[in-house]
Design a binder for this molecule. Structure first.
Ligand code: 13P
Ligand code: SF4
Length: 360
């Protein structure tokens, strides 16, 4: 496992550290409060033998003060699997914490939020997967990691936005011509385009049957998708990109693959949150528009003051925002909210997740 990120130990030094990064983003008196809370969290973390994982969408003060590891879903899943800690605190949403629990069942996994939902995870059920399998017997099921444990347990593979195309290409190379890919409509469409496959989107007809479920003639490989969408990323439009380019012709546009395929096609780069961060670090051009959760732009801007980040700031994930430094402190103090995944479901989901973390 990589060495964890280190932070200043005293509130005064933590305040100076946060101020150097966030003076333009967080009010000074708030920074002082946040620095004290962060130091208390880090003290408890050491005392209780905990590891804190922080998704790239965490609020800037949290992101820069307590996680042992920060990153995208794929990287954090790998860190969760390798963690030897008694407690893993997942600063993210529920499906991520469940994934950590499945990959590391002996750890006590805590989510600093009682809900931590996700419109994608809520958009598909285990019964939907069983029905899709009946509709297309023999087709392997790939679940985007943004789904709950029961859905993962019905799946053959999981993937994240960082390795969706790699997983699909591997299945095509094994000779599969039909691949069920749930729940994200737009990630499926973007993956279909990247892998040269055709997307169909079956939907229930309301009287026990299906519409749009037929495989088109011609024998070309087909992805059988689902209609769930990310409530944040579905709101970005091509117009947003055109407006940004009109005002700033040199802007580099980075779009998460949960965005509409037309948005992804109009962007300069598309990838997972960490892949976008890596692209930006490797292309120091000056001005960027990030079509993803806005906290991530704040986190990048504070670490790279030489890069100018344009933001569409009304677009934040309400579920990720439930996790704050204050909630994380209570989570560690009270050891709440503990994630429980029944052993039979966790055991079945594990195979699909192991394949995900082993891929690309
Ligand atoms: P990443 O896997 O790219 O971090 O994305 C997770 C997510 O929920 C994006 O909305
Ligand atoms: Fe789910 Fe979208 Fe929030 Fe990511 S940004 S956790 S996909 S609702």
């Amino acid at each position: 496992m990589r060495p964890p990120i280190r932070y200043p130990e005293t509130p005064g030094a933590m305040y100076e550290h946060l101020k150097s990064l966030l003076a333009d983003v967080v009010l000074d008196y708030k920074l002082k409060q946040k620095a004290e809370i962060a130091c208390e969290i880090n003290r408890l973390k050491r005392q209780k033998g905990a590891v804190i994982l922080g998704h790239n969408y965490m609020e800037p003060a949290l992101y820069h003060s307590i996680p042992d590891y920060t990153g995208d879903s794929l990287f954090l899943s790998r860190m969760a699997a390798e963690a030897e800690a008694r407690i893993v605190v997942f600063c993210g949403v529920r499906f991520m914490a469940e994934t950590a629990k499945i990959l590391n069942p002996s750890a006590k996994v805590l989510l600093p939020s009682s809900k931590g939902g996700c419109s994608l995870a809520e958009g598909v059920t285990a019964a939907d997967i069983r029905d899709l399998r009946k509709l297309h017997p023999g087709a392997p099921v790939v679940s985007y990691v943004n789904c709950y444990a029961e859905v993962k347990a019905e799946s053959d593979y999981c993937c994240t936005s960082a390795n969706a195309a790699t997983v699909v290409k591997a299945l095509l190379a094994q000779g599969h011509r039909r691949i069920i890919f749930v729940p994200d409509h737009y990630l499926a469409a973007n993956t279909a385009r990247e892998t040269g496959t055709r997307l169909i989107l079956p939907e229930r007809d309301g009287v026990g049957g299906w519409r749009n479920a037929e495989i088109p003639p011609g024998g070309e490989p087909v992805i059988i998708g689902w209609r769930a969408r990310c409530e944040v990323h579905e709101r970005f439009t091509v117009k947003d990109i055109e407006n940004a380019r009109r005002e700033f012709p040199d802007v580099i546009v980075l779009a998460h693959p949960e965005c509409h395929p037309d948005v992804v096609a109009a962007a300069d780069f598309s990838g997972s949150t960490s892949q976008m961060l890596k692209y930006l670090e490797e292309h120091p051009r000056g001005r960027y528009l990030l079509l993803t959760e806005c906290s991530m732009a704040d986190n990048i801007a504070s670490r790279h003051p030489d890069r100018r980040m344009l933001r569409l700031c009304s677009l934040r994930c309400p579920h990720m925002q439930e996790v704050t430094l204050e909630e994380t402190l209570e989570s560690l103090r009270q050891e709440r909210y503990e994630i429980d995944v029944p052993a039979d479901i966790g055991g079945r989901a594990r195979t699909a997740l192991d394949r995900m973390i082993a891929t690309g």
